[in-house]
Design a protein around this ligand. Structure first.
Ligand code: RP5
Length: 268
């Protein structure tokens, strides 16, 4: 039987994270394979291990410039949870590297030490989600909300909308659009909630606030509505139902980069 969860961390010095995580998952009856591989220091070995695994979900983390979760995300259509590790600056560098992914390739980030949260979301996912619910309130920024709606429509993934902030159904993946200054007000439930912190014009100080208040839930980068939607689609695609659509969406994002590159090459 292939492992359900592929765990990968950048160094043996991250064992304070991956050892309790794998112990917790095993205790939950969830099989996992632990790897120590680095996006920067062992890229070939990482690539090989990613090609080989048949895991249903990935959990990755590294300290400092944490490229590992993002590189894993670029190599799989399965969901990826990134755990920030405290190498310097109490881990803010790792946290921001984890969540601030470009449109199209989401990583669902949890902050430093949030091992239990990562394990809970893995368990919810493996139990099977039934639907996506977008949570809209008066403070929801329409432009960020629209990015999520558009992405789901493009993927052909159905969703419901609510303004109820109780997140009461563990079979739903909630996507909540929350003002960056209100992250601490979110209720702490056992359900899986992807939080899109919203602040259209943001500053370096806002990054510190994000890091300090990102707790309990799963986080995408600031204003990244489309990444929350894509990650939600991955979470409801346990058996691969939306994989082809997600792949097509990614190809569209890749095309934009390749076209820009072509133009530049033609100029010189
Ligand atoms: C990262 O650099 C690792 O994930 C670790 O958190 C940090 C320090 O690594 P070592 O020098 O201890 O191997 O890549």
């Amino acid at each position: 039987m292939p492992e359900s969860v592929f765990i990968v961390f950048g160094s043996a010095s991250d064992s304070n994270v991956f050892e309790p995580l794998s112990a917790e998952l095993e205790e939950m009856g969830i099989s996992c394979k632990v790897n120590v591989l680095s996006a920067h220091r062992t890229p070939k070995e990482l690539e090989k291990a990613l090609k080989k695994t048949k895991a249903k979900i990935f959990v990755a983390g590294a300290g400092l410039s944490s490229a590992l979760p993002g590189v894993v995300a670029s190599r799989t259509l399965k969901p990826i949870i990134g755990i920030a590790c405290a190498g310097a600056f109490e881990g803010i560098d790792s946290f921001l590297s984890t969540v601030q992914m470009p449109p199209g390739i989401p990583v669902l980030g949890v902050s430093v030490g949030k091992i239990n949260d990562a394990a809970r979301h893995v368990q919810n996912y493996l139990s099977g989600f039934e639907k996506i619910v977008l949570v809209e309130t008066q403070n929801t920024n329409p432009a960020v909300f629209a990015k999520a709606k558009e992405a789901l429509n493009q993927l052909g993934v159905p969703f419901e909308k609510t303004s109820d902030y109780s997140f009461s159904d563990k079979k739903s993946v909630y996507v909540a659009f929350v003002d960056l200054h209100a992250l601490e007000e979110l209720p702490l439930t056992d359900s899986t909630v992807i939080v899109v912190p919203v602040k259209i014009s943001n500053t370096a100080d806002d990054a510190k606030l994000f890091f300090a208040t990102a707790k309990h839930h799963l986080f995408v980068g600031v204003n990244r509505g489309e990444n929350a939607a894509l990650a939600a689609a991955q979470l409801v695609s346990l058996k691969g139902k939306y994989d082809k659509k997600i792949l097509a969406y990614r190809k569209g994002q890749a095309k934009k980069v390749l076209e820009a590159n072509k133009k530049i090459q033609e100029r010189v």
